[in-house]
Design a protein around this ligand. Structure first.
Ligand SMILES: Nc1ncnc2c1ncn2[C@@H]1O[C@H](COP(=O)(O)OP(=O)(O)OP(=O)(O)O)[C@@H](O)[C@H]1O
Length: 254
């Protein structure tokens, strides 16, 4: 359903995304991993048509996103790293506003808003002003605006960032519920948690895609440059691909 073909993006001399290609099928939950600055947000912004690539193309259901951008946006729900919330609105006002700008028909709005508030466990705070909510609730409001129009593809940029452990569990449970209805691509640094819900892992390093594998295969363990295989956690996989610099390398970077 999502095809990313040879995407590159430069900011001046910086190559933020470097010739990345992958496909995601309907119904997958895909964890998108990488160090800070690896290029995750940039790629997500390109997939959601918020940013134009320097080269390459993105297709959703076979349609080039640059050529069908309005229709395509209807198929995508996007939660950026900083949720686009209006803090002085109530939850209900904001979700209604999101429904309107995303083209939910007035006939369906009441039902759709109630369904989304229920799904995101926000019904009991619907009359609260967003600025008064905890970060976990705010993140769920961010997810509500992303799914209000029933998109087929949900792109979530670090949805668990800055949340306490309970809030992380709640947000991940909500994301996990989405698997029945949508394809989900989410970036995160909470690796033990993503290990519980993702089916597939993409890892990006310095703008390049270095891993695109089913989670099960990845956790069977294959140490780079080594033939040995032993089960490992996602955290170990990540660390193996991001070895700490040697003292000499560290000093030469100073
Ligand atoms: N608008 C921009 N102008 C210039 N450089 C940018 C811009 N957006 C991103 N970058 C740079 O591109 C690189 C990739 O950034 P990006 O935000 O995509 O990384 P990331 O993997 O999402 O990191 P994080 O986990 O910290 O959010 C970084 O070096 C960043 O500083």
């Amino acid at each position: 359903m999502l095809t990313v073909e040879y995407i590159s993006k430069s900011f001046g001399a910086l190559q933020a995304v470097d010739n990345v290609s992958f496909e995601i099928n309907q119904g997958d939950i895909v964890g998108f991993l990488g160090k800070n600055g690896a290029g995750k947000s940039t790629l997500m912004r390109i997939i959601t048509a918020f940013l134009a690539p320097s080269s390459g193309r993105v297709f959703i259901d076979g349609d080039d996103i640059t050529k069908h951008s309005l229709a395509i946006r209807q198929k995508i729900g996007y939660l950026p790293e900083t949720p686009p919330l209006y803090n002085n609105m109530t939850v209900l006002q904001y979700v209604k506003f999101a429904a309107e700008i995303k083209g939910v028909s007035s006939k369906n709005q009441k039902h759709q808003i109630a369904k989304t508030l229920e799904e995101c466990q926000l019904a009991h705070v619907k009359h609260k002003i967003i600025s008064t909510l905890s970060k976990g609730y705010k993140q769920r409001v961010g997810i509500a605006q992303a799914i209000i129009h029933e998109p087929k593809l949900l792109i979530l940029d670090e949805p668990t960032s800055g949340l306490d452990p309970m809030q992380v569990q709640q947000v991940l449970a909500l994301i996990n519920q989405q698997r029945e209805q949508r394809t989900v691509l989410l970036s995160t640094h909470t690796l033990p948690e993503i290990e519980k819900i993702a089916r597939r892992i993409l890892m990006i390093k310095s703008g390049q895609l270095i891993i695109d594998e089913p989670l099960d295969t990845l956790l069977k363990g294959k140490v780079p440059h080594d033939n040995k295989a032993s089960p490992m956690t996602l955290e170990q996989v990540f660390i193996n691909h991001h070895p700490a610099p040697t003292l000499t390398q560290h000093l030469s970077n100073l």
